[in-house]
Write a protein that binds this ligand. Structure first.
Ligand SMILES: O=c1nc[nH]c2c1ncn2[C@H]1C[C@H](O)[C@@H](COP(=O)(O)OP(=O)(O)OP(=O)(O)O)O1
Ligand SMILES: [Mg+2]
Length: 199
């Protein structure tokens, strides 16, 4: 599907860090974007079993509620030695208060308790675009790397302070946001989205 020129796009996310990144990624395209939070949209329950299913459910809910195009992101950290956890539960590991210091400590604790030495991990992102009728298209991206403890840096959000992308030495919490926007899971999914939908 193509996004019609001059249309409004709702970014169907209640995560401020994520909304900021998606606004940055969309900035060059001259599309009017609105956040689900500023529109007072409810946060749908994420009942899917995959990133794609959850992204679709969030995009569709926002598109049908606003009768516009909606873009949702479902993403997370997959740790190899933890069989891909926290995965789709990445936000939920941070509890009701979204305390990622706690969530990052849980990752460190589990790796220690299970005597795991492999620190490989990846971030995964599914972007779902829904048209005003609920027809959807999904775009996926990943970035591979490893974890380092203790957490470092205050840029970004979520698990960024423990993730180091392949070929880098600084965590996503330490690097310039513009650099993260060029190599992240979200950036890689966004490139596919832009090529298919904004071209
Ligand atoms: O670039 C990232 N850098 C660090 N951490 C990240 C990133 N991308 C996802 N993550 C982690 C934290 C986030 O909270 C969770 C996504 O969970 P996810 O359900 O998709 O998002 P969410 O509940 O925070 O907001 P919403 O569902 O309203 O879009 O994975
Ligand atoms: Mg969520």
């Amino acid at each position: 599907m193509k996004l019609p020129k001059g249309c409004t796009l709702v970014v169907a996310s209640h995560n401020k860090g994520k909304v900021r990144e998606i606004f940055d990624l969309l900035a060059p395209y001259g599309i009017t974007v609105k956040g689900a939070g500023e529109l007072g949209l409810p946060e749908p329950e994420e009942t899917g079993t995959t990133f794609a299913e959850n992204a679709i459910l969030k995009a569709r809910a926002a598109a049908l509620a606003t009768k516009t195009y909606a873009l949702a992101d479902d993403s997370g950290l997959a740790v190899a030695a933890l069989d891909g956890s926290p995965g789709i539960y990445s936000a939920r590991w941070a509890g009701e208060t979204r305390d990622f210091t706690l969530a990052m400590a849980k990752v460190a604790r589990l790796l220690t308790e299970l005597n795991k030495t492999d620190r490989s991990a990846k971030f995964v992102c599914s972007l779902a675009l829904s048209d005003p009728d609920g027809k959807v298209e999904v775009f996926e991206g990943e970035v591979h790397g490893h974890l380092e403890f203790p957490p470092r840096g205050s840029n970004g959000f979520g698990y960024d302070p423990i993730f180091v992308a392949n070929g880098m030495h600084e965590t996503f919490g330490e690097i310039d946001p513009a650099l993260k926007h060029s190599i992240s899971h979200r950036a890689n999914a966004f490139k596919k989205f832009a090529a298919a939908v904004l071209a």
